[in-house]
Design a protein around this ligand. Structure first.
Ligand code: 3PG
Length: 212
C-alpha cells in the first residue's frame, strides 16, 4: 500500500535513534538486540548486507519489546524475504520504481531514502511523507535537512549515514526530523567481543538524546 504514515510514524517516534546493524552471526543477534532494547532503543534495523542478515533479523523478532525491521532493501526479492521473515518495517537507501511497486503490494511500511529535493518530490508523487535522508553527513548534513523544510513542508526525515552521538543533536532539534539512524550504538568491535554492557550503555546515551 502507499506509505502508511501513522504506522511508520509510530515506529520512528519510539526512540530518537534507530540502530543500523550489520550482522553476520545469528547466534549473537538476540543478545545484541536485548542490550539495545534494555538501553532504550527498541527499533532495530538489520541491514540485508550479509548472508546471515535475514537469519539475524528473524531471531531478533522474538525479543520482547523490540520492533525489528530490515534495512538496505534494494529489490523486490529482498523486500519479500524481509516481510516473510517478520520485518515490521523496511528501509532502503533509495526508492527505485520497482522497489516502490513491490512496497505498494505489501502492508509493511517502507522508509525509502533520498538525497535531493528532486528525489523527495518523486517519492511525494508516490504518496511518501516519511523518508530516510542518506547519506546524511556526506550529502549535506543537518543544514541541508533544515533547508528542505520550507519548500517540502509535508515531509519528515530520518537522517542516516555518518551520524554520531555528537552530531545527532543538530538533526534531532529540527522540526522535520523524526529520528536519526546510526551504527555508532553497535560498534563492530563491541559486537565481536560480545561487550553487551558497552552496547547497552551506548544505547542508553542515544536514547537520552532530546528531540524537537
Ligand atoms: C548505513 O546504511 O550504512 C547507515 O547509513 C549507517 O551509517 P553509519 O554507519 O555511518 O551510521
Amino acid at each position: 500500500m502507499t506509505q502508511n504514515i501513522d504506522r511508520i510514524d509510530h515506529i520512528l517516534k519510539l526512540a530518537p535513534v534507530v540502530p543500523v546493524l550489520i550482522l553476520d552471526d545469528p547466534s549473537i543477534a538476540v543478545a545484541l538486540g536485548r542490550a539495545l532494547v534494555a538501553g532504550g532503543l527498541p527499533v532495530l534495523e538489520v541491514t540485508l548486507r550479509t548472508p546471515a542478515a535475514l537469519e539475524c533479523m528473524k531471531a531478533m523478532t522474538a525479543i520482547p519489546g523490540a520492533v525489528v525491521g530490515a534495512g538496505t532493501v534494494l529489490d523486490e526479492a529482498q523486500l519479500r524475504a524481509a516481510v516473510d521473515g517478520g520485518a515490521q518495517f523496511l528501509v532502503s537507501p533509495g526508492g527505485s520504481p520497482k522497489l516502490l511497486d513491490a512496497a505498494d503490494r505489501s502492508d509493511v511500511p517502507l522508509l525509502p531514502g533520498i538525497a535531493t529535493a528532486g528525489e523527495a518530490m518523486t517519492l511525494m508523487e508516490r504518496g511518501y511523507r516519511r523518508l530516510k535522508f542518506f547519506p546524511a553527513e556526506q550529502a549535506g548534513g543537518a543544514d541541508y535537512v533544515k533547508a528542505l523544510a520550507s519548500p517540502l513542508q509535508a515531509l519528515k526525515f530520518c537522517p542516516t549515514g555518518g551520524i554520531t552521538l555528537e552530531k545527532a543533536p543538530a538533526y534531532l532539534k529540527l522540526p522535520n526530523v523524526v529520528c536519526v539512524g546510526g551504527s555508532w550504538v553497535a560498534p563492530s568491535d563491541a559486537i565481536k567481543s560480545g561487550d553487551w554492557s558497552r552496547i547497552e550503555a551506548l544505547a542508553r546515551e542515544a536514547a537520552g538524546l532530546a528531540r524537537s
